[in-house]
Design a protein around this ligand. Structure first.
Ligand SMILES: *[C@@H]1O[C@H](CO)[C@@H](O)[C@H](O)[C@H]1NC(C)=O
Ligand SMILES: *[C@@H]1O[C@H](CO)[C@@H](O)[C@H](O)[C@H]1NC(C)=O
Length: 358
């Protein structure tokens, strides 16, 4: 009798302790009194995302068998354009003209923050508004939103092989055929070649020598990124990337680093998870498969409060657009940001003669 009760009670204690630790692990980021932290990612949001990412992984394995059995239909690979926004997509008319005549070579997905009021954008192209959640600067919610866009695009169409993340302030600097051919080759050429996705590079900025990198590394507290991410392996890069499908899947399957990057920041001035999670992960997993530079031009001269230079309508000219294209890497820039809404009119006026002439 005695011996049986003494053996069961430690077991109960152990269970209780285990369960409490589990709950603490799950909810600690929400119940610990942290400095004015921004909207944390709730357990429910996290579970919803995990389910979605799992579906995307399954869909991609089904997608491959579907692709390899399509012999004669000659399907074309596509580029998924992912718009991450919390305001109106004012450049929709420009993007529409960009997409015109290329219907079978792209898809558009939009993650629009449900807490911001958007007037319905006038897209004539088929745009998929995916189930979206709140996004906020300086919080891991922007990483979650980007991953949601990747997952939805993978589930929706197995022929999406490149994924370009953009914002409402981005504009194209080249024609669609130029960008498509640069990434995937001539669409009339052998269509089977795109199955060898190993050769597809991702265009993502990966930097290790930025002056404020250490502040950003310790933004969640001293030592909390260890052991998964040492400072030597911590990277920074532009939030805006063009990922090849195998890297998009890698990002969706990833759990270990995310457990660290999703932690709320204590130092909000140095907190930009969306500029660290993707570059750090990809530089750890496949540095040779990445360009280490971005295809989206941005002007950080005299940046204010973490915002880059915003172009206004008087600046818009053929010269500016030609200047923005120029880069020091093997490709010229495909996209640029940030542009204020008043730029739409002058940009539309020179679109055919300048932007889409290449
Ligand atoms: C970059 O921003 C700076 C400062 O706002 C501005 O003077 C310069 O003209 C911009 N460069 C381009 C190419 O737009
Ligand atoms: C290219 O490199 C030069 C020299 O380092 C630099 O001054 C220039 O700003 C760079 N241009 C771009 C578009 O990054």
């Amino acid at each position: 009798m005695l011996s049986s009760s003494s053996s069961s009670s430690p077991f109960v204690y152990f269970l209780t302790l285990f369960f409490s630790l589990f709950l603490l692990f799950l909810f600690a980021p929400q119940i610990l009194p942290l400095k004015k932290q921004r909207s944390p990612i709730t357990v429910q949001d996290e579970l919803d995302d995990l389910q979605l990412f799992h579906e995307a992984t399954l869909a991609s394995s089904r997608g491959f068998s579907k692709i390899s059995h399509l012999g004669t239909t000659n399907p074309k690979p596509k580029i998924a354009f992912l718009f991450l926004t919390n305001s109106d997509l004012v450049f929709a008319p420009l993007w529409q003209r960009f997409f015109q005549g290329n219907d079978h070579l792209f898809n558009v997905y939009v993650h629009a923050d449900p807490y911001s009021k958007l007037s319905t954008p006038q897209w004539s192209v088929k745009a998929n508004f995916i189930p979206a959640k709140r996004t906020e600067r300086g919080s891991p919610t922007l990483v979650s939103a980007a991953r949601r866009l990747l997952a939805n695009a993978i589930i929706d169409d197995p022929f999406n092989l490149y994924f370009a993340l953009l914002s409402q302030h981005c504009i194209p600097l080249h024609s669609f055929p130029y960008i498509y051919t640069s990434l995937l080759g001539n669409p009339t050429a052998a269509s089977k070649s795109f199955l060898t996705q190993r050769s597809h590079k991702s265009y993502i900025e990966i930097l290790s020598n930025e002056p404020h990198l250490h502040n950003r590394y310790v933004a969640r507290g001293e030592g909390v990124m260890l052991p998964e991410v040492s400072f030597q392996r911590f990277r920074v890069g532009s939030q805006f990337f063009v990922l090849a499908k195998r890297h998009a899947l890698l990002v969706l399957k990833e759990r270990k680093l995310w457990r660290k990057f999703r932690l709320p920041c204590l130092d909000l001035d140095s907190c930009y998870p969306e500029e660290h999670y993707f570059p750090t992960l990809l530089s750890m997993q496949d540095p040779r498969g990445c360009s280490h530079y971005t295809l989206t031009r941005v002007n950080w001269t005299d940046s204010v409060d973490g915002h880059p230079h915003t172009h206004h309508s008087p600046e818009v000219s053929p010269d500016l657009l030609h200047t923005l294209r120029k880069s020091n890497s093997s490709y010229s820039y495909f996209f640029a940001r940030k542009f204020s809404p008043d730029c739409l009119k002058p940009l539309m006026a020179i679109a055919n003669d300048v932007i889409f002439r290449d």
